[in-house]
Design a protein around this ligand. Structure first.
Ligand code: GDP
Length: 424
């Protein structure tokens, strides 16, 4: 996942520092320089990184560190707070209310994932009881209306657009008007994107915005944008009143730090992230759990949500009890394997546990295959008895060994009740 490397580098820098016997200014500086380098390599804007370094130095008191307090924790907390500050503009974005018509306009460069994200956003709200509708005011890109129409039809969301009309302002106005009459409470307007910031795009955006009077303008940004992100986001903000950001393609290999800078440029929060091409590959973005996972501090509340999503109700208390006892047997693996698989890529799930940064996990732990657990004749007997290849048995045992090792680290972990963040 995007930013995984950044999280790993920061965790390593903190680890190295806490291994030092004496923490003096030199050791602290080395640690901060390492973190700074990691942030810059991930394309976070230079000024943000410099400010962050200065702030941490102001906050962290070397005397406290010398007095034997938990150094790693103090600095980790300062880094955590500073990263949260970068990602949190301090004011929430407009949230549409059910039953009251809201207009939400999407802007962004072509290819950023804007049209796909409009549908994901509509679909997400539809599942939660809103009555969304989609308006295609992108008359620039051939096929834009067809794409929106196809997505909307798949998600059973009403849509509006035109093959004949070339004036995006007129289409946007008509669409919004129609869906207000039809009592839709979330009217989403998709606007044209171009290859780069250009005057015509901004002028068109301004006009659509004036005509439809959106309650919220969402800026969609591709996570791979890099250092150009800050300027681009700022340019959009100067033309229309951007109130929230959605970062797409967080499932890719991009460095992603540029997208962090977008928040600072627009002074607007990231509200969702796109994690794939499909309609439901879309997640609500919360600053604290995100940064927590990035730094290997875990996101127990997210972990609990995942467990509650995929493990049948009646099995949850027993499973959690066994896990917190560090008790992971072959039987639990057998019973829970399907559920665990449903939780998504194992590395992502474990990044929700404190002490795990999936980047820090040895690569072999995420793959498999290192036999030697059982002797060969025993495995052959099991293979014969179950009608499988011996290779399958070896793989299963390897999987068990890997999971048991990870689970053993959960021993004594206080698992919070749903919604209880105090353990974080
Ligand atoms: P637009 O030109 O900004 O409207 O972009 P589109 O919505 O047409 O998306 C451009 C491409 O990005 C399409 O192939 C989408 O399927 C893809 N895309 C959009 N969001 C995501 C995402 O979160 N992850 C991945 N992997 N692909 C995405």
């Amino acid at each position: 996942m995007v930013l995984q490397q950044l999280g790993g580098s920061i965790s390593r820098a903190l680890q190295q520092m806490s291994n030092a016997t004496i923490i003096d200014e030199k050791v602290l500086n080395e640690c901060l320089n390492e973190i700074t380098r990691a942030l810059l390599q991930s394309d976070v804007q230079f000024k943000l990184v410099r400010d962050m370094q200065t702030n941490i130095k102001k906050i962290v008191n070397l005397d406290d560190l010398a007095a034997g307090h938990n150094k790693r924790r103090i600095i980790q907390q300062a880094v955590f707070n500073e990263l949260c500050k970068i990602l949190d503009p301090g004011k929430p974005s407009f949230t549409p209310k059910k039953g009251k018509p809201s207009v939400v306009m999407f802007v962004g460069l072509q290819g950023s994932g804007k049209t796909t994200t409009c549908t994901k956003y509509a679909f997400h709200h539809q599942k939660k009881g809103w009555k969304p509708a989609l308006v295609c005011a992108d008359t620039f890109r051939a096929g834009a209306f067809d794409q929106l129409k196809q997505n909307a039809t798949k998600a059973k969301i009403p849509f509006y657009g035109s093959y004949m009309e070339s004036d995006p302002v007129k289409i946007a106005e008509e669409g919004v008007e129609r869906f207000k009459k039809e009592n839709c409470d979330l009217i989403i307007v998709d606007t044209s994107g171009r290859h780069k910031q250009e005057a015509a795009l901004f002028e068109e955006m301004r006009q659509v915005s004036e005509a439809t009077k959106p309650d919220l303008v969402i800026f969609v940004m591709d996570s791979s944008i890099g250092q150009a992100a800050f300027d681009q986001a700022q340019a959009f903000k100067q033309s229309v009143a951007v109130g929230a950001v959605i970062i797409t393609k967080m499932d890719g290999h991009a460095k992603g730090g540029g997208a962090l800078s977008a928040v600072a440029a627009t002074k607007s929060p990231v509200i969702f992230i796109g994690t794939g091409e499909h309609m439901d590959e879309f997640e609500v973005f919360d600053v604290k759990p995100f940064v927590s996972r990035l730094l290997g501090m875990g996101d127990l509340s997210g972990f609990m949500d995942k467990i509650q999503e995929v493990v049948p109700m009646d099995q949850q208390p027993e499973l959690l009890q066994k896990l917190s006892e560090g008790n992971f047997t072959l039987r639990i693996m057998y019973e829970q394997f399907q559920n665990i698989l449903k939780m998504g890529p194992i590395g992502q799930v474990f990044s929700m546990l404190p002490g795990f940064s999936s980047e820090l996990m040895p690569k072999g732990q995420l793959d498999s295959s290192n036999p030697k657990l059982m002797n060969e004749s025993r495995m052959m007997r099991i293979a014969r008895g179950s009608g499988r290849q011996i290779r399958d048995v070896m793989e299963m045992m390897e999987e068990y060994k890997r999971l048991a090792k990870i689970w053993s680290k959960m021993k004594g972990l206080k698992i919070p009740k749903k919604g209880d963040m105090s353990a974080l």
